[in-house]
Design a protein around this ligand. Sequence first.
Ligand code: PHE
Length: 361
Amino acid sequence: MTADRIDELRAEATAAAEAAPDTAALEELRVRYLGRKAELPNLLRGVAELPPEQRGVVGKAANQARQALEALIEHRAAQLAAGELDARLAGDRVDVTLPGAPPQPVGSLHLMTAVRREIEDVFCGLGFAVVEGPEVELVHYNFDALNHAPAHPARSRSDTFYVATAQRPADPGDQVVLRTHTSPMQIRSMEAQPPPIQLIVPGRVYRPDSDATHTPQFHQVEGLAVDEDITLADLKGTLLAFARAIFGDERDVRLRPHYFPFTEPSVEVDVSCFMCAGTGVLPRTGVRCNLCKGTGWLEILGSGMVDPNVLAGIEAHDYDPERWQGYAFGMGIERIAMLKHGVPDLRLFYDNDLRFLEQFG
Ligand code: PHE
């Protein structure tokens, strides 16, 4: 009788466990068939009271049934748990390519980056290539090859950062500096390719100055064009196109005589003030224009015709100054950005204050 009951219980529990739809149902079954108050464990506890001849048979059958059931439930539980995990993972799947909710701001380019790219775009449109060069430079490229006299004041340690080297080089041209302008790339580019050449060089430059309009590190864009029959008119036309692209179609440019060691003649270039349309006074109010200080002009860059001495110094290729002429220019990107966007203090570019940066999305 008891042995039959054990078989019955075993068959019933096995069928139920195999049919259990989920882990919660299976747990209920475990309690029902193997829990403290369940029939099978009760039978096992009662084995001692059975007549001795039945104890062995019943005890053994009940034990086997319990072990078999425990194993089955454990196996089935693992099966169900795995299935449930798969279902949960499938349900929880996150599409990381979907926009956030609410969508997060993606930020914007730093004003310096935006203005540099704008300048590059203008010159690319005019047929200039964009190249970059080393910021740690030899005195030879930064000064000597650019026709600076040996005692030129820009070479002084108060105007130029010198980089310490293990030994003082025998040739002073091998001394190392942080480039003070992008002009060394004029020389390096001509050494790298024969004429004609037409390129711009954006990049960082360094000078030991620090105030509202000077930071020890700033950015320039150099320009160089060398070809047969290049004249100052080509320079002026190119810079006029540039000034109009950046500051507006109404702008004009003017060239003022200046001096740079590596250009002859040298000029400083002004663009007519876009605030007061070059009049020096603001429309309607008649107040003196603050941007151009009432002059009607804004200085934007230095330039000139490449000095024949510079061309003649290039040995790697034939830049014979009797045949090839060129112009060069160099502008500060910060200065262009400050003028265009009315930024009053250069240091704002480097403070990384979001209240400033966010104004130029
Ligand atoms: N390198 C000069 C400067 O930094 C600018 C310049 C470049 C002038 C090219 C003439 C020609 O002031």
